[in-house]
Design a binder for this molecule. Structure first.
Ligand SMILES: *[C@@H]1O[C@H](CO)[C@@H](O)[C@H](O)[C@H]1NC(C)=O
Ligand SMILES: *[C@@H]1O[C@H](CO)[C@@H](O)[C@H](O)[C@H]1NC(C)=O
Ligand SMILES: *[C@@H]1O[C@H](CO)[C@@H](O)[C@H](O)[C@H]1NC(C)=O
Ligand SMILES: *[C@@H]1O[C@H](CO)[C@@H](O)[C@H](O)[C@H]1NC(C)=O
Length: 359
């Protein structure tokens, strides 16, 4: 039954990709909506070369849990004078869930915001971040290989996500139409995420080339009312995650920024199970992150016309290699799935050229 579902979805993906290849159109021309910002890795965290106890320090053992880290410096302008950075970390905490019926390993992908020292984020204009998953993992790449082409070290979203702007338009329109119910028990940004998820599940069955029912959205507050200063990031400063120290060498650029946690999502690892499939991104795909900034300075909020940006983030390990496809540590299951997704790219290209020759 399950494998049937995957077959059906793969076929849909195939056909859409074939259509995309035929269209040969670069829909990523809107640099404001989807800016090409560098995604820095642990290489940029120079203090970790001397301090062996940070999350970016090389693990001492070869079979250590692998952690993915991606940093975007000054990614979000919340006001003319305040630029915030983003840090996305995959791999802390990790664990295993389940019983005899279903058993999964998982990792956690957590998004942090970096702010200049001594910034009071709750007195800045309101800003939210929406973070998305597909099938409880990253979004799989389909039109580029997963072995590290240039496109993956910048925040540009791939064509299979943008699909001529259909995805960005759907998100923009739903973000613009959201109004916060005064009776809500969720925070503004959590309620926004819940609304966007609800709308894309109900309005549209397509989300880029993806099936919208498989997309989940988490939201967190980046600044403004509701930002809790106690959210100062709790990033482990030892590789066994037993100690934390917000004042020590933190994975953020610029290096003097202070990190705060924003939101996190649990990622299901299907590396060892029958669920392994090329339409599952595992840990090697990309995470779409949408920033939504309301109003400008002076509390002059414009809630109907927020500034929205899409950033697609692909993470690398501390040594700059690819993360394991769908396992906590390298050497786990998953190599065959990477081979499978390469096959999907090749097959998609073949199908496209076949269709093309019949036109
Ligand atoms: C943010 O502000 C800086 C400095 O004012 C500017 O250079 C940059 O283009 C702005 N970025 C965005 C996404 O608007
Ligand atoms: C930060 O700003 C908020 C809202 O303006 C204010 O209530 C709070 O006291 C400020 N916190 C600090 C530490 O200054
Ligand atoms: C947002 O609201 C406008 C005006 O009511 C409506 O035309 C549009 O379809 C709505 N968008 C979505 C995605 O529901
Ligand atoms: C951030 O971390 C703190 C401390 O671990 C926790 O209490 C808080 O709920 C977290 N906030 C978010 C938004 O995840």
């Amino acid at each position: 039954m399950k494998s049937f579902m995957h077959q059906g979805l793969s076929l849909t993906l195939f056909l859409k990709l074939a259509a995309l290849s035929l269209a040969q159109e670069d829909s990523n021309d809107d640099a404001t909506l989807n800016p090409a910002r560098d995604i820095l890795s642990c290489d940029a965290v120079s203090c970790s070369q001397n301090d062996m106890s940070t999350i970016c320090s090389q693990p001492s053992s070869d079979n250590a849990d692998e952690i993915g880290v991606g940093l975007v410096s000054k990614a979000i302008n919340v006001s003319d004078s305040t630029q915030l950075s983003l840090t996305l970390i995959d791999g802390y905490p990790v664990g295993s869930y389940g019983d005899s019926l279903s058993q999964y390993d998982y990792t956690t992908r957590t998004l942090y915001v970096g702010a200049p020292p001594d910034t009071n984020l709750s007195s800045q204009p309101r800003a939210c971040v929406l973070m998305m998953q597909h099938q409880a993992t990253t979004f799989p790449y389909a039109t580029q290989d997963s072995s590290g082409s240039d496109g993956q070290s910048v925040t540009t979203c791939p064509q299979e996500f943008l699909l001529d702007g259909t995805t960005t338009r759907a998100v923009l329109s739903n973000v613009g139409n959201f109004s916060y119910p005064s009776s809500a028990s969720l925070s503004y940004c959590e309620a926004l995420a819940q609304y966007v998820e609800y709308r894309i599940h109900n309005d549209d069955i397509a989300f880029g080339v993806y099936y919208s029912a498989l997309v989940t959205v988490a939201g967190g507050t980046v600044s403004g009312p509701g930002f809790a200063t106690y959210d100062a990031a709790d990033i482990p400063t030892s590789s066994d995650a037993t100690s934390t120290n917000p004042d020590s060498c933190q994975p953020v650029q610029p290096a003097n920024y202070q990190l705060y946690n924003v939101t996190s999502m649990t990622q299901v690892l299907r590396g060892g199970s029958m669920d392994q499939s090329p339409i599952t991104g595992g840990r090697t795909g990309y995470t779409p992150i949408v920033s939504v900034v309301y109003g400008g300075d002076d509390g002059d909020d414009d809630y109907s016309n927020p500034e929205v940006q899409f950033l697609c983030m692909h993470l690398r390990q501390r040594d700059n290699e690819e993360l394991p496809y769908s396992a906590i540590a390298n050497g786990g299951a998953g190599a065959s799935a990477i081979a499978e997704s390469c096959w999907l790219v090749v097959a998609g290209a073949l199908l496209a050229s076949v269709l093309y020759s019949y036109r």
